[in-house]
Design a protein. Structure first.
Length: 238
């Protein structure tokens, strides 16, 4: 197992190695991963939750119950006897297929890039088995996100991210991880846009007018929205 720390891996990345779905001996290994979980559960926890939600809806109730039991053991740091749920966790990756799951920063928020490789169960197991490799003090914020994702049946979009993390915190870690993409999105530009200073200022003024309570903006959201707009303007203007 190992971790990568390069920004080239998006907001979060997880490699999984696994046998083919039809293989008689089902094996799984954790590959390189970049799973920042600061702010709990952070981009890493959101990616793991997205993987779990994407594939858990294809599992039957018996497998879902067994995954719940596995989570109990992992959370309590009990020894997990292998194989578990008909799959063996191992370190050797020779002869196994590779899946790469990513979370990237998009103009409208986090974008999931979940590989459709391997069985649903092997992907759910991989997302669960990687958590114990994260800093012990931060795992407590990741496990609840995975449990919520296990039963989530809605779209894996902004509402899903908010349910796992909380909208204000998401904005915070996206601003830190991908500041330019975040700032462009906040002011309504496309990710590939290269606006002039004049365009940035005009977009900022227009958005500020809409957000302000005196012009119809919601009182309970106005302060946070204005703070985001101001920070986005600062980033784009340098």
């Amino acid at each position: 197992m190992g971790a990568v720390t390069s920004a080239d891996h998006g907001l979060a990345t997880l490699e999984l190695f696994h046998s083919r779905p039809i293989a008689p001996t089902r094996r799984i290994a954790i590959g390189l991963h970049y799973l920042p979980v600061h702010g709990g559960p952070g981009p890493g926890g959101i990616l793991l939750g997205g993987i779990v939600s994407r594939f858990a809806r294809e599992l039957d109730e018996d497998d879902l119950d067994e995954v719940d039991d596995l989570l109990d053991d992992l959370v309590e740091r009990r020894r997990v006897v292998q194989p578990r749920l008909r799959h063996r966790l191992q370190d050797d990756r020779i002869g196994l297929l590779k899946s790469v799951h990513r979370l990237d920063a998009g103009a409208d928020g986090p974008t999931f890039r979940i590989a459709d490789v391997g069985s649903p169960l092997v992907n759910v197991l991989g997302a669960c088995y990687v958590v114990p490799s994260l800093p012990a003090a931060l795992q407590t914020d990741v496990w609840p996100a995975i449990r919520r994702a296990l039963r989530w049946r809605g779209p894996i979009d902004g509402s899903f991210v908010a349910a796992l993390h909380g909208a204000r915190d998401v904005a915070g870690w996206m601003a830190a991880a991908e500041p330019l993409a975040w700032a462009l999105g906040v002011l309504g530009f496309d990710p590939d846009d290269d606006p002039t200073n004049r365009e940035v200022r005009r977009r900022f003024r227009d958005a500020l007018r809409v957000a302000h309570p005196d012009h119809g903006g919601a009182d309970d959201e106005a302060a946070a929205r204005i703070a985001d707009l101001t920070e986005a303007r600062r980033i784009l203007l340098g």
